[in-house]
Design a protein around this ligand. Sequence first.
Ligand SMILES: CSC[C@@H](O)[C@@H](O)C(=O)COP(=O)(O)O
Length: 375
Amino acid sequence: MSLESIRYSRGSLDILDQLLLPLQTRYVKVEGVEDGWKVINKMQVRGAPAIAIVGCLSLAVELEKDNNSDKKVMRQEIEGKLNYLVSARPTAVNIKLAADELINLANSLSADETVTPEEFKERFISRIEGMLIKDIEDNKAIGRYGCEAILKNSEGDGPVRILTHCNTGSLATAGYGTALGVIRSLQESKRLDHVYCTETRPYNQGARLTAYELVHEKIPSTLIVDSVVSALMNSRRITAVVVGADRVAANGDTANKIGTYQIAIAAKHHGVPFYVAAPLTSIDMSLTSGERIKIEERPEREMTHVGVHRIAAPGMLKLQSKLHGPFLDATRARSNLGINCWNPSFDVTPAALITGIITEKGVFAPDKLSEIESK
Ligand SMILES: CSC[C@@H](O)[C@@H](O)C(=O)COP(=O)(O)O
């Protein structure tokens, strides 16, 4: 049985707190939109599909308790709450696309005079609940298509070795996973020899979450630090790299967890196929290229600390605060006494480095994404 990161029944939502994994397994109650925003922003739940689903389910939970009988007021409140949820993290597009779909639904239910307020609520909540089921079905299809493509492109019928980055499994989706779904499917095909997963500094999704999922699924695997990737490709035959996506632009440029871009460069150099596994809800056809993707920057504490322990050089801020008091920040900026940190959470891999984008509709060359609509 795969890990259950989202526990939902009508009116009730609990999420597995991913900040505590793998040391503690604790579920957090999400009572409504305010809680939904917080668990997404604090990364207690993370991964593009899971962010969208938990955000929308938090609204479903809130609506279930709401006795509003004015459809216009309901419509207006829904739009405001969805826009608020989208603001919790900016890079993943899935929650934005889900919000747009739900705002359209609310508009049409509100405008339709034959729909009662009770029906409005029922149909709206049911649509959100449908997302949970659809995400798992889509992931399974991604797994099948990805497995087929990798086996077809690999030499003979020998063992397959995969490198993945970040966490794209049950914890990042409604279940099964995207890139990790491809790995699961390869495991089922009995051709998978080994999986290498990167630590994924600074939040360590690889070490804390992917390693946890791989062990849970009994998949033979090895954890490497991020800087080992090129050496790994140079010394062991890697069949393919498979990663997830937070937003794919219309030209195939792909935003994913920081570090993905340098893995794609190393893969190109070593002739290793590089696949992105992502549901259609991660594809943003409104953006012509990756240059326009907004990259989230996270707090520097994620880099400077592991848990409560500071691992980065402390700088001289304490001493300075005694000397300069309220002028500390300006002083720090001018004299650079404390170490500066830059912590972008994602990077954009250019389409030219991507072999294929694995979706629930099949595998597409990055410059052929417009063909998906006709499938
Ligand atoms: C199926 S998850 C795909 C991506 O969302 C994943 O690779 C990733 O970058 C997650 O980033 P995170 O910052 O942990 O939310």
